[in-house]
Design a protein around this ligand. Structure first.
Ligand SMILES: Cc1cc2nc3c(=O)[nH]c(=O)nc-3n(C[C@H](O)[C@H](O)[C@H](O)COP(=O)(O)OP(=O)(O)OC[C@H]3O[C@@H](n4cnc5c(N)ncnc54)[C@H](O)[C@@H]3O)c2cc1C
Length: 449
């Protein structure tokens, strides 16, 4: 059997399904291949299930300090099996609604593993689908690390840990990127003993150094142990020897260090390291085949995958170049308080003429009302325009978009200050940090400006 389509998409994660919807909206006939469940890592093993669990762990943590707020509570406890089941129900519900959403645009979904039969031919099951253009959106999987091979029992991937309906007491996490930090915060909020081992010299090495420093303080406050500049030397009978000579005996190890691309078979793609190499319009070395999302290794974030995907469809349908500026894509680390950043770090700006302003949220009435005073909003500017922002503060995941808009639209400080920021909100910290670039803070004493 032979089928003809304008666009074939391999992978039904955020990149694949967003491309499918946009392409169908633009009038293309679309076929999408998904070998597992619609939604990809994001919905099934990443963003959504972790946030469903995180919501419960945050709620438990808040309830434990309810008495401080004048609310009488006693015997606060949790049932992890219920948290686990709730997480699964949310994922299943969203899988169904996502499938319906994509089908509502007339996209044909084929639930099969796909591979290339030729440059225009996709083979799935016994059928070949001929597609004028093809988008590969097959994502990534946890990387195997030599000497730390996962077995699903003692050494776990981030996929495995989501399948545990009961959590053990002692957990060692290797890697302090987004996944490692998020799980450290979830597990610690659930009263687990957590130890994080990070190879580089600071936690969250992708973030601005000041964010890393604050995270270290927050980890200490939460009694999360961590060792930076350290790696696992060897493991014998569940006894883990670290390179700093410490020996620890965790119940499980969560290996949260790195992901590798999943590349469909059948064609020889040019690579950039392990990832599929693409040009600025996400075209591979085959002129009708594009690679978007985790597979190209540019940024492993769902919103980045979605943006690339819709950009490529617009390029295919209208010839408009894809606008993708890696630096203006916000990054968020969830948990309390949230951490988010966009644009350049101070390290990136070293050697250039830039201004920095760091506003402590402890100067906000709202932060006192919420008992959330441990945080800051730091902005960096170059030539009177915002170059980056680094936020540790409740609602940082939303606040960061204010700054992303400022950066993407090249707004000057004068443009930004035309806007009135509501009181009392955490947005005032963004406003104040921008005022601070010209020493014009309204909420800090003169000695601190
Ligand atoms: C624990 C964890 C937490 C995360 N949290 C966040 C977060 O909070 N925010 C955020 O932005 N990002 C988060 N991420 C990252 C995010 O999940 C990914 O960046 C995103 O899912 C990438 O989307 P994608 O469409 O490129 O690939 P994927 O989501 O990986 O989807 C690829 C799809 O392709 C399918 N596929 C692969 N090969 C084939 C084939 N040959 N044939 C058919 N189908 C195939 C797969 O089954 C999969 O469904 C998290 C990741 C993890 C692991």
């Amino acid at each position: 059997m032979e089928n003809l389509f304008d666009l074939g998409i391999i992978g039904g994660g955020p990149a694949g399904y967003s491309a499918a919807i946009r392409a169908a909206q633009k009038g293309l006939s679309v076929v999408l291949f998904e070998k597992n469940c619609m939604g990809g890592v994001c919905l099934n093993k990443g963003c959504i299930p972790t946030k469903a669990i995180l919501h419960c762990s945050d709620l438990y943590k808040s309830l434990k300090k309810a008495e401080k707020f004048g609310i009488n509570t006693s015997d606060i406890s949790y049932d992890y099996e219920k948290i686990f089941n709730r997480k699964n129900e949310i994922v299943q519900k969203l899988q169904k609604s996502l499938t319906k959403l994509v089908q509502s645009f007339g996209v044909q979904i084929i639930n099969e593993r796909a591979e290339f039969a030729s440059q225009r031919g996709i083979k799935a099951g016994n059928d070949i689908y001929i597609c004028t253009n093809i988008i590969i959106a097959t994502g990534s999987k946890p990387a195997e690390i030599k000497g730390l091979e996962t077995d699903g029992k003692f050494i776990l991937t981030s996929d495995d840990v989501l399948n545990l309906s009961n959590l053990p007491k002692n957990i060692l996490i290797t890697g302090s990127g987004a996944i490692g930090v998020e799980w450290a915060r979830i597990l610690s909020a659930l009263d687990k003993e957590v130890c994080v081992v990070e190879l580089t010299d600071r936690l969250l090495p992708v973030a601005d150094a000041e964010v890393s420093k604050r995270l270290e303080r927050l980890f200490k406050k939460s009694k999360i142990k961590f060792f930076t500049g350290t790696k696992i030397e060897n493991i014998e009978n569940k006894s883990v020897k670290l390179s700093n000579s410490q020996v620890i005996t965790p119940d499980i190890i969560l290996c949260a260090a790195g992901r590798e691309p999943v590349i469909p078979q059948g064609l020889d793609f040019e690579k950039d390291g392990r990832f599929v190499k693409v040009d600025e319009n996400f075209k591979t070395n085959f002129d009708n085949i594009y690679a978007v999302g985790d597979i190209n290794g540019k940024l492993q974030l769902a919103h980045s995958a979605q943006h690339q995907a819709t950009g490529v469809v617009d390029y295919i349908t209208s010839g408009k170049n894809v606008h993708f500026n890696k630096e203006s894509v916000p990054s968020v680390i969830y948990g309390a308080p949230e951490i988010a950043w966009v644009g350049k770090t101070e390290e990136m700006l070293a050697g250039t003429d830039y201004k920095v302003s760091n506003f402590p949220v402890s100067a906000l009435g709202k932060a006192f009302a919420d008992d959330e005073i441990d945080g800051f909003v730091k902005v960096l500017s170059v030539d009177d325009k915002i170059a980056g922002a680094h936020i540790v503060c409740p609602e940082a995941s939303s606040l960061i978009h204010q700054v992303a808009l400022m950066i993407d639209n090249n707004l000057t400080i004068d443009d930004i200050l035309k806007t009135v920021f509501a009181h009392p909100t955490y947005s005032e910290a963004v406003f104040e940090s921008i005022l601070g670039l010209d020493n014009l803070n309204l909420s800090l004493p003169k000695s601190c400006i």
